[in-house]
Structures are given as structure tokens and as C-alpha cells.
Ligand binder design. Structure first.
Ligand SMILES: [Zn+2]
Length: 376
């Protein structure tokens, strides 16, 4: 009995709270002076600097139909409405573009909770995160915000794979060498086409920016300083290039052809490079047992130099198996392979331990490059 009474009381309080808000909203203009002076008096006692604290209390919930990783549309509806509503306007915009790209759609089917089929075609097929607001449209045509939500259509992310950035002089595999001129043309292309260069630390921005892309380098070659200089030169207020260097921890300072501790510090301090792991000795991971050394000791060694967390690894030779995945995920959040393709989050187990990459080689033309990084 006591419990019931308690719930009844809460319920009454909730109801009266709602009706009070309704009254306030509908008689807003009339009551303004009195209500305002009251609020101001109260506020000034607590904190004189803060004049207004905008608090949004949802008056409904935006329901979104389940979507698959590659969906291009979803059905929105507005459920749990506290008011009697006859028309809903959905305001939708792409998070990356901001409100300047806002579009409005009207739904009138009250009996089905105001369904609206939202297709990304409305936004030229752009994927990523969308902001959605549902507004009640009153008889006089004014709009009252009822609910907010977000909806994400996963973006495909090209993770570019480079090795040497240098002229090929006959030593090593030619295909691993991209000339500085070609690299500069490729990065200029990304700049001109408004790509957003990210690193793994900023992975949670992948769906909030336009054309996300990662630029990665394997092996920690000294000639990657050519890439560093090119990215520095391209940097301006609009274009903030970032890239990931996967170093072989045991090869740092080992020879003139490898990055030194000083090089790495300079790269990190520039804000352009994130230094991540390519194991301790470029081990063929499915063939070894000393995972602690190759995975963890390598990570710790790099962290000691950079003072920053190492969260990503590139499997040497792109080799891995189920056991390698199990060991790797003890120490890393991201692991890239050499399997070709853009990465898209599908919701599969350990998918961040098997990330695909886009290989850029000596013979890659700028037209091929453009096709490889094209948003899909
Ligand atoms: Zn390698």
C-alpha cells in the first residue's frame, strides 16, 4: 500500500510538473515580467555572473528504425509525446557541416507516430553522423522543440599505407617507394578536396568530420622525414595534416636509414605525427611466442620516447591469425593489416584488430589515388 501511495504521489508530481511547464510555455509572453524578475532574484543570490542556463527537457522521444552498417536510410518517428500534437517538423543536418546545411521535413501521420523516411540522398549521399530535432508545429505555425537525437551512417575510412617516401635508387622493393613529388601531389589532392586527416587517437571523430582519412607509414624509415616536411609545408589555418608512423621499436637509432629518437621527438612535437607500433623487431607474429616482448615492450619503449599513449599497431608483413589478435588486443585498441580496402565499422567482433588499408605504391597515379580515397 505504502509503495502504491508513493508512486501515486510521484505520478501526480510529474503530471503537475508537466502541466505547469505547459502553462508557462503557452502563456510565456504574458507572464514574462513577473517570471523573469523572480528568476533573476533567485539567480543573483546563487551566482551573479550566470544569467541564463538553457535546459532542454524532452517532451517526446525520436525513435529510429534499426539500420545496418551500410544502410542509406532510416525511418524516424516521434513517440512518447506528452502533448497532443498534430504535425511534426524534423530538422536534420550533417554534424560535419553544422546547421548551415539544415533541412526541414514535415510529418503528419499522427496514428503512426509521425513517421518520416530519411534518406541520405537528401544530403547528396553524405554518410556520417546526423543531428535530428523534432518540433511540434502549433496551429499558428510556430514550432516547439520536442526531442533531439543523432543518427549515424558509418563512414568508410581510407587508411593509406606508405613505406618509403624517397626516390628509388635500386635498393629494396621499388613498389614500397613513393617519390616525394608524388606524395606531395597526393597530399595536396586531399587538401584541395577537403579531406580531414585523422590519427587513431581521434577515431571517435570519424563520423563527425567530412571525408575522414588516415595517412600511415610502416617501418620508421629516415626518409619519412620527407613526408614530414611536405605535411609541414601544406599545413595552414584550414588544413591541419596529421599522420601515423608505425616504428619498429628495436630499430630506432639503429642505423642512418632509420628514424632516431630525436627525429621522433621532433615529429611528435610538431603535432603532425602520432608515433605508433610496428612491434619490437618486425616479427612475423603468427610464428612467434614472445608476444610480451614484441607487443608490450615495443609499446612501452615508444611511449617512453614520445610521452604519449601507443594504441595502434601495424602487423609486420600484414600477418596475423586468431591467436595474434587475442594477444594484440591486450595492449592495443587498433591493429591494421595489409588487406586492401577502406575500413567501415560493421559491428563485428575484433574488427578493429583487422583493419584494412589502402596501399599506395610507386606506380600509383594521381587519378588512381583519387579513386582509392573517394568516399563510398
Ligand atoms: Zn613493415
Amino acid at each position: 500500500m505504502q509503495k502504491l501511495q508513493y508512486f501515486a504521489l510521484i505520478f501526480t508530481l510529474l503530471l503537475s510538473g508537466c502541466s505547469l511547464k505547459e502553462v508557462n510555455a503557452s502563456t510565456h509572453k504574458v507572464d514574462m515580467p513577473a517570471a523573469n524578475s523572480k528568476v533573476t532574484m533567485k539567480m543573483s543570490k546563487v551566482s551573479p555572473q550566470i544569467k541564463k542556463i538553457p535546459v532542454f527537457e524532452p517532451q517526446a522521444t525520436i525513435a529510429i528504425s534499426p539500420i545496418a552498417f551500410d544502410s542509406t536510410h532510416a525511418v524516424l518517428s516521434t513517440v512518447g509525446r506528452k502533448n497532443d500534437v498534430s504535425k511534426i517538423n524534423y530538422h536534420i543536418w550533417c554534424t560535419a557541416d553544422g546547421k548551415k546545411g539544415i533541412k526541414m521535413f514535415t510529418a503528419t501521420q499522427k496514428e503512426n507516430d509521425f513517421p518520416f523516411l530519411f534518406d541520405i540522398k537528401e544530403f547528396s549521399g553524405s554518410r556520417g553522423e546526423y543531428q535530428i530535432e523534432a518540433y511540434e508545429v502549433t496551429e499558428d505555425g510556430s514550432q516547439i522543440l520536442l526531442a533531439k537525437s543523432t543518427l549515424t551512417f558509418q563512414q568508410r575510412v581510407p587508411i593509406l599505407m606508405y613505406h618509403a617516401i624517397d626516390e628509388y635508387k635500386g635498393v629494396g622493393l621499388k613498389d614500397l617507394f613513393v617519390t616525394p613529388a608524388n606524395f606531395e601531389a597526393q597530399m595536396s589532392y586531399l587538401k584541395d578536396k577537403d579531406y580531414t586527416l585523422l590519427t587513431f587517437e581521434r577515431w571517435d571523430e570519424v563520423n563527425k568530420v567530412n571525408k575522414p582519412i588516415l595517412v600511415t607509414f610502416d617501418d620508421g624509415m629516415k626518409n619519412n622525414l620527407n613526408a614530414f616536411r611536405i605535411l609541414q609545408e601544406l599545413k595552414d589555418d584550414q588544413f591541419q595534416p596529421t599522420a601515423t608512423e608505425y616504428v619498429i621499436a628495436g630499430s630506432i637509432d639503429s642505423s642512418p636509414s632509420r628514424l632516431s629518437t630525436e627525429d621522433i621527438k621532433e615529429m611528435v612535437n610538431s603535432g603532425i605525427f602520432s608515433i605508433q607500433s610496428h612491434t619490437m623487431s618486425h616479427a612475423d607474429l603468427p610464428e612467434i611466442t614472445n608476444y610480451e616482448q614484441e607487443l608490450n615492450a615495443a609499446k612501452e619503449k615508444i611511449e617512453q620516447i614520445t610521452g604519449k599513449p601507443v594504441i595502434a599497431i601495424a602487423y609486420p608483413f600484414g600477418h596475423f591469425n586468431d591467436q595474434v589478435v587475442e594477444e594484440t588486443k591486450k595492449y592495443y585498441k587498433f591493429a591494421t593489416t595489409t588487406k586492401p580496402g577502406q575500413f567501415i565499422e560493421k559491428g563485428e567482433t575484433d574488427e578493429f584488430m583487422r583493419m584494412r588499408r589502402v596501399r599506395i605504391s610507386n606506380s600509383t597515379t594521381i587519378n588512381q589515388f583519387a579513386a582509392m580515397v573517394e568516399p563510398r
